[in-house]
Design a protein around this ligand. Structure first.
Ligand code: MEV
Length: 320
């Protein structure tokens, strides 16, 4: 009983951080995927990561710790979804750069739940996979908004409100492409989120206005994206970046990439994810992404020109 599943990484186009306190946010799945192979057997949850070069065994129940523990949590959820009282071996192989704001942990959790449940003989809907993967995300990030696991499971573009769920947006992305550039500075999502929330607590009136503006911006951007008005979408990405700078999650290395992307022809550019390091995302007219990527190549640790990935979680193989 063996199965393979995969799930895409993501980039947030509007509303990171503000989403944590209930404002809407827009995220898209991107064409870099985490792939997980699961084989039922034994009496433990054995997790192997090809990316980290690590292998560890966890009991079927109880706690745990370490970088592979969240994967074990997702595997246990997959077993539970299938009502399977057995062990499993899970092998993770991901194309998504970790700790960079591209939803790598969420994509691994989503693919793990789907692979383990499929290997144990269960069919689980994407929405349920996302819900179960959230348990692993809580181990990684504390109290995340849930946007990462939701967009990874659903694919495409979503408008997401914490506690309410996601609406899939109907967007034709063919006139544009996304450029993702890495500052090379790793960061911790949970720590960045806590920092923003504590600043907001110290200045509640000012921050409530910033949060409201961010929410209006995300909703307007979703309308403009559905209407194909990508130049205006880019302008709002720049405004969103300004709001993120104002709450203290940008830094010089991020600004440098954002300004270089704008200067070389992007409609707009902003940091994406928790900030403090990680990636920026630029929206570019189709055909211009390569030029921006070349210009950023000298200052970024790595650059991708990626399509939006329409397909979310997918079971690739299943031998029962
Ligand atoms: C992380 O990808 C996005 C944040 O908004 C955190 C969250 O939504 O949980 C910074």
């Amino acid at each position: 009983m063996r199965a393979v599943a995969s799930a895409p990484g993501k980039t947030i186009l509007f509303g990171e951080h503000f989403v944590v306190r209930g404002e809407p946010a827009v995220a898209v799945a991107v064409g870099l995927r985490a792939r997980v192979e699961a084989e039922i057997g034994g009496d433990a949850v054995v997790v192997e990561s090809k990316n980290l070069g690590l292998r560890e065994s966890f009991p079927l129940h109880g706690g745990g710790e370490g970088p592979l523990y969240p994967v074990a949590v997702a595997a246990r959820e997959g077993l539970r979804a299938a009502n399977a009282d057995t062990g499993v071996r899970v092998v993770v192989d991901s194309q998504i750069p970790p700790a960079a704001g591209m939803g790598s942990s969420a994509a691994v959790a989503v693919a793990t739940v789907a692979a383990v449940a499929a290997a144990a003989g269960a069919e689980v809907e994407a929405e349920e996979v996302s819900r179960l993967a959230y348990r692993a995300e809580e181990v990684v990030h504390g109290k995340p908004s849930g946007i990462d696991n939701t967009v990874s499971a659903m694919g495409g573009a979503i408008l997401y409100v914490k506690g309410e769920g996601a609406r899939r947006l109907d967007i034709d992305f063919s006139p544009v492409e996304l450029v993702l550039a890495d500052t090379g500075i790793p960061r911790n999502t949970g720590a960045m989120v806590r920092r923003v929330l504590s600043l907001a607590e110290r200045h509640p009136e000012v921050f409530s206005a910033i949060y409201r503006a961010a929410g209006l911006l995300a909703r307007r951007a979703a309308e403009l994206m559905e209407a194909g008005e990508f130049e205006a979408v880019g302008e709002l990405m720049n405004v969103n970046h300004g709001l993120l700078s104002s709450i203290g999650v940008s830094r010089y290395e991020i600004e440098r990439l954002v300004y270089a992307a704008r200067r070389h022809g992007a409609f707009g550019a902003k940091l994406t994810g928790a900030g403090g390091g990680g990636f920026i995302v630029a929206l570019a007219p189709r055909g211009v992404g390569r030029r921006i990527a070349e210009a950023l190549g000298d200052v970024a640790a790595r650059v991708y020109v990626v399509p939006v990935e329409e397909e979310g979680v997918r079971v690739e193989e299943r031998d029962l």
